[in-house]
Design a protein around this ligand. Structure first.
Ligand SMILES: *Cc1c(COP(=O)(O)O)cnc(C)c1O
Length: 395
């Protein structure tokens, strides 16, 4: 980073930490080094911090503390939910329903399960990136054990009708998991009101540390006979009530809790502020840069997500040129952005492969100010114009 100005607009990939979170974690690395399972006072101190953190985090989504299980990441939480439910409920059925726009952390465990004999239905989405509720309900069979549909999409920002999806799952006595990694701390979530049984989240998408995530597991009471409906992936000691053994990363979890505490205070005002900036970018680009279009739902989308298509040029070139101007963006998912395959999400909403290659994701954060957006909007047209001049795709 040689430029004086650096505008980080890739917050869907990961966020910088809030300085208050860094302070919290540093303090705990120094002072709370005990194993939360140890009997001595240092262990107990760590245990108290752990349980306090669990309470703070649970309350963000109206869960009980004992329904929160910490994992190493959002990816691990997704794997635990999907593979754990499949393995535990195999004798009940072998059918899973998901969408065609899931993060790879959901898509790939589903594909692994197909190799183990499970049948997976990948629901299509409309041009805005939403699944069809009637289609979902039609696809449920007496063999269906799990519906896993993401809360908000990481590439195009579209937010599904989660409560309605949960109601369909509930009606048919099917477990409902949602990957809420992008939504957690950005939009209100209530696991009870929204009929959610399992929910994945990750700290590093909400100004917390990398390497810590969680799976919410509904405790009981929704359906007789399901009991504990997940089989763990790891076997070891008794940490996290044997659901996820490994010495618990208490300092990271304390940082996660700090990030959640801050999110609770800032969420509604930040959502409003970022939505304004988001719409300013979208409207300005659509008006001022020709042959551009919006990907994802125009309104029902994450406050911080912009995904724009530019005809005749490649998203990768835009990202690299913007980077030279001190602006960090993405072509879509960080995981697929280094591969040459077009994004499965953009193909699923109906883009042609060449269009899917011409997309740019701009994801905002609470650290982004109006002047940063203005700088982006000053810079972007020149980058697009320059690339189009040399584009062989341009007629
Ligand atoms: C980032 C992300 C994940 C993966 O979370 P990690 O903690 O990085 O493993 C899963 N799902 C979605 C929607 C994401 O955006």
């Amino acid at each position: 980073m040689t430029r004086s100005r650096y505008v980080y607009l890739d917050n869907a990939a990961t966020t910088p930490m809030d300085p208050k979170v860094i302070d919290e974690i540093n303090m705990h690395f120094k002072e709370t080094y005990g194993n939360s399972s140890s009997l001595h006072s240092m262990g107990q101190k760590a245990g108290q911090i752990l349980e306090k953190s669990r309470e703070i985090i649970a309350s963000l989504i109206n869960a009980k503390p004992e329904e929160i299980f910490f994992t190493s990441s959002g990816t691990e939480a997704d794997n635990l939910a999907i593979i754990g439910v499949a393995r535990k409920n195999r004798e009940k059925g072998n059918h899973i329903i998901t969408s065609s726009i899931e993060h790879h952390a959901v898509e790939n465990p589903c594909k692994e399960l197909e190799k183990e004999g499970f049948k997976v239905t990948f629901l299509s989405v409309d041009k805005d990136g939403l699944i069809n509720l009637n289609e979902l309900e039609q696809k449920v069979t007496d063999k269906t054990i799990l519906i896993t549909i993401m809360f908000a999409n990481n590439e195009i920002g579209s937010i599904q009708l989660i409560k309605e999806i949960g109601a369909i799952a509930r009606k048919h006595d099917v477990i409902f998991h949602t990957d809420a990694v992008q939504a957690f701390g950005k939009v209100p979530i209530d696991v009870n009101d929204m009929n959610i049984d399992l929910l994945s989240a990750s700290a590093h998408k909400l100004y917390g540390p990398k390497g810590i995530g969680l799976l919410y597991i509904r405790e009981k009471g929704i359906r007789k006979g399901w009991g504990k409906f997940i089989k763990p992936l790891l076997f070891g000691g008794g940490h996290e009530r044997e659901m996820r053994p490994s010495t618990v990363a208490v300092p990271l979890i304390a940082g996660f809790a700090k990030a959640v505490e801050i999110a609770k205070q800032e969420m509604s005002q930040e959502a409003e502020r970022q939505t304004k900036l988001r719409d300013k970018i979208i409207n300005w680009v659509l008006e001022n840069i020709k042959d551009s279009y919006l990907n994802g739902h125009p309104k029902q989308r994450l406050p911080n997500n912009v995904n724009l298509g530019f005809r005749y040029i490649e998203g990768e070139s835009i990202v690299l040129d913007l980077d030279m101007e001190g602006i960090a963006t993405s072509t879509g998912s960080a995981c697929s952005s280094k591969s040459l395959d077009p994004s499965h999400v953009l193909l699923a909403i109906g883009l042609k492969p060449e269009e899917a290659h011409g997309s740019l994701r701009i994801s905002l954060s609470k650290f982004i100010k109006e002047e940063d957006v203005n700088y982006l909007l000053e810079t972007l047209p020149h980058v697009i114009e320059r690339l189009r001049k040399i584009s062989p795709l341009r007629k």
